[in-house]
Design a protein around this ligand. Structure first.
Ligand code: NAP
Ligand code: MG
Length: 402
């Protein structure tokens, strides 16, 4: 069989620990035998980030802007323990944070559904994609403990020195206070990323806040979404038969539980933090979650939602057998290849991505799976496989299908 050709390279961001091991296996077994793979390679492994003073992360994000599509392996976000383990010059920032700051995007997370790994909510037959705003609110808040009686006010000092004040509370005793902010530009980017992704994936978009209580803060989110929808996306949504639906966050939660899935749920920063963990767990497993960063300019970075699976890596280093689930990382590659295929008009490349995804799902549904899934599956006949044998089993399924 002739290998599938590519025209534009994917930006390849290699990573750390067990996912770095899997990364190579996926390329060797599942991609390179079938695709004439073109990538521009950036080593985001912690060692090389440290060596380049993290310049490699910045370069990889710039390359993503240039080419439009990246695929990223999970990476270590350094903490005190990693400082010693890797003898780091500095406690480098999270690569995901750095990349997100450069691309200015929104992260979309969706579960991969397979028969035999059943969601806790029976009626969720289609995936629910969470879009979490990744800037501001309590994550950039400032807080104070109020020791005793006194007034707390919000003060805005304009550049000409004029002040606007708003009473927060006239304390009669001790208490606590919090100030937070967001930016019109960031909310606009968030909205555009969500509408673009909805159009791209042909799914309805839901958005919810607490605008009845927060008449200025949350209401601004609601207004910005509505304004951008009406002026920029309404026509396209109607053409595609899609719906933009706004409701209150508590009503949204009730509707989500009753729904069949199959839409995007845009959430403010905190709501997205909480709801994405709830959804990941309710759908079965973090190792079955895909994640894609979409910039408002239409640049895409695909990754797995889980980390570097450190515990498995240490076993692997000791020569012990591991059973690490590679599906989310494979789906990062297929997501990137499918998008590259769409942008470059290479239907064969997109079709290959579809077939590889189907091979993963068919392999699991035939009972061959890694331990994390074997523990929760409802299938009766199960063959638990180690890391490598699972990837080989997917290759067999794929070859049979090609
Ligand atoms: P983790 O790598 O997600 O793993 C936590 C646990 O979840 C694992 O020990 C394993 O449980 C299970 N697990 C996760 N992915 C799995 C998979 N593919 N197959 C099977 N089991 C899986 O989180 P962590 O151990 O807290 O973090 C490790 C490193 O990852 C940290 O340095 C962190 O900074 C980094 N991280 C990176 C990203 C990213 O780049 N996007 C995201 C999160 C964390 P068992 O041990 O019970 O088998
Ligand atoms: Mg969280």
């Amino acid at each position: 069989m002739e290998k599938i050709k590519m025209t534009t390279p994917l930006v390849e961001m290699d990573g750390d620990e067990m996912t770095r091991v899997i990364w190579q296996m996926i390329k060797d077994e599942l991609i390179c035998p079938f695709v004439d793979l073109k990538t521009e390679y950036y080593d985001l492994g912690l060692e090389y980030r440290n060596k380049t003073n993290d310049q490699v992360t910045v370069d990889s994000a710039e390359a993503t802007k240039k080419y439009g599509v990246a695929v990223k392996c999970a990476t270590i976000t350094p903490n005190a323990a990693r400082m010693t383990e890797y003898n780091l010059k500095e406690m480098w920032k999270s690569p995901n944070g750095t990349i997100r700051a450069i691309l200015d995007g929104t992260v979309f997370r969706a579960p991969i559904l397979v028969k035999g790994i059943e969601p806790y909510v029976k009626n969720w037959v289609k995936p629910i994609t969470i879009a979490r705003h990744a800037y501001g609110d309590v994550y950039k808040g400032s807080e104070m403990k109020i020791p005793g009686p006194g007034k707390v006010e919000l003060v805005y000092t304009a550049q000409d020195g004029t002040e606007t004040r708003e009473l927060v509370h006239d304390f009669k005793g001790s208490g606590i206070v919090q100030g937070m902010h967001n930016l019109t530009s960031s909310i606009e980017s968030f909205a555009r990323s969500c509408f673009n992704f909805a159009v791209d994936t042909k799914q309805d978009l839901w958005f919810a806040t607490k605008d009845t209580i927060s008449k200025k803060y949350d209401h601004t989110f609601k207004d910005i979404f509505q304004e951008i929808y009406d002026t920029e996306y309404k026509a396209t949504f109607e053409e595609l038969g899609l719906e933009y639906f706004y409701t209150l966050i508590d009503d949204a939660v009730a509707r989500v539980i009753r729904s069949n899935g199959g839409y995007i749920w845009a959430c403010k920063n905190y709501d997205g933090d909480v709801m994405s963990d709830m959804l990941a767990t309710a759908y079965g497993s973090l190792s079955m979650m895909t994640s894609v960063l979409v910039s408002p300019k239409g640049v895409y970075e695909y990754e797995a939602a889980h980390g570097t699976v450190q515990r498995h890596y240490y076993k692997h280093l000791k020569g012990e057998e591991t059973s690490t689930n590679s599906i989310a990382t494979i789906f990062a590659w297929t997501g990137a290849m499918r998008k590259r295929g769409e942008l470059d008009h290479l239907p064969e490349l997109s079709a290959f991505a579809d077939k590889l995804e189907k091979a993963c799902i068919d392999t699991v549904e035939s009972g061959k799976m890694t331990k994390d899934l074997a523990l929760i599956t409802t299938l009766k006949e199960v063959t638990p496989l180690n890391t490598e044998d699972f990837i080989k089993a997917v290759r067999e399924t794929l070859e049979a299908a090609l």
